[in-house]
Design a protein around this ligand. Sequence first.
Ligand code: ARG
Length: 264
Amino acid sequence: MKNLKKLILVGLAITVFASCGSKDKESASNDASTDKKNTSLVSDGVLDLGTSADFPPYEFYDDNNKIVGIDAEIAEAVGKKLGMEVKIQDMEFANIIASIESGKLDGGISGLSKTPEREKNVNFSDTYAKSVQKVLVKKDSGYKSPEDLKGKKIGTQLGTTGEAVSKDEYGEENVQSFNKNSDAVVALNSGKIDAVVLDEQTVKKFAEANEGLEVLEKSLADDEYAIALDKKNDKLLEEVNKAIKELKEDGTIDKIVNKYIESK
Ligand code: ARG
């Protein structure tokens, strides 16, 4: 009897697992008796979000090869409020918005700055964090201010606001973009580029992890982070905003942020 129960359970688990592979599983999600998922916002009841997990403390891999960080935990908390499972998928940052537009993803949570440009293609939730663009250099380089880097080689992550502000500030010809932030930092360490421009908290983490690097004090531009969502799904936007509001009010977001950033 016990064994039979086990067998049924295993069978169920496999079925559930198998059905998670595709986004078109209308039939499975319609079966309300076995599936308590909220399917009113996205048809499969799973909130598929894209991220670029090279961005500590917002998204990075822990020692168990799991994507963790502020964004991962906020996504989880939002999912809980919505009664939805959240799946975070690691990808190149530059592909996140396009993947939402094409329907491969329901949204993205990736330290994504809300910009008028991006707002043409996706819905943005209310913002949940502020940031500024900072400059990372080698300690022994002698650079003291962002102005000292005119005409020098600047590394950025492809498709980011850091890339845009660097092109404005230093000229397109001086900006080299990388798919992953970590690659830009490697290029800086090996002297291939003179600086990396990226978001404040992440730049701090990279400086902490790399003996020879430091962050210049003066910042280049302001950013505010929000969750990007499918532009065709206003109901989802509404519900995500409601969840964010509640999570701000009950202190959950502060608690998550404080876990990853000392003395906020
Ligand atoms: N805030 C910047 C932007 O939206 C950079 C975000 C980079 N995020 C990441 N996970 N690598 O463009």
